[in-house]
Write a protein that binds this ligand. Sequence first.
Ligand SMILES: [Cu+2]
Length: 237
Amino acid sequence: MKRALITVFTVLIGVLVVGGSVLAISWFDQEPSAIKVTPAGTMKTPQGELPHVKVDLSIFPNTSAEYPGPTGPANTVLANNGVLQSEGWPFYWPSTSFTLPAHTAVTVTVHQYDGSSTVWNPYWAKVHGTVGGKAKYDGKELSEIKPSDVAHTFTIHQYAETDQDSLFVSVPMLAVPSNAKNEANGYPKPQVIEFTFVTGGPGEYVWNCEDPCGDMYRNLGGVMQARGWMGGRITVV
Ligand SMILES: [Cu+2]
């Protein structure tokens, strides 16, 4: 009887430890809540007239009271090379997670407040995978910018092995000039970047920044590998 009780106790403790760990990990790995897309009627595209949605994003060079950035503990630690403090690193706002409708034209407008850090590969200074192969930079249509003018990129990747529809989009985010003065909100006047791409069928995609804006190896660590900062998840439904 005693032995049976001890066994039950041991199993119970095991369940608590494992269950607690799973809860802790999922809490530490929490993502910011997904960005809402705004329906915008239909749009004429090379694939015909399609439903149209809009997404608004910002890129801030550092956190502030108004834009606190991603506050999940795992993100904070990752983004600061193990040091618990969240200021001084750039991030996409208000989130890095989206759910997008399938077979839809998606127009993304980005308010970009950060300075430049030259891309290692000029490929990332070019626009890939958008409607017309271009993006609008403060109203001007361009298919590439100077590698030294890139602040960040918005790059959606396809998984290497999958049977879902291909989706590869990469747009360089134009930097604000290095001598730009901060306005009342503590940030310089942003560059406004706009581009449209077309989703295929349902699938799971990841996106991230390809500009070396983080720390550690070749500045590709820290925020560069942290969801909620410079990368996220796109679900097409
Ligand atoms: Cu970046």
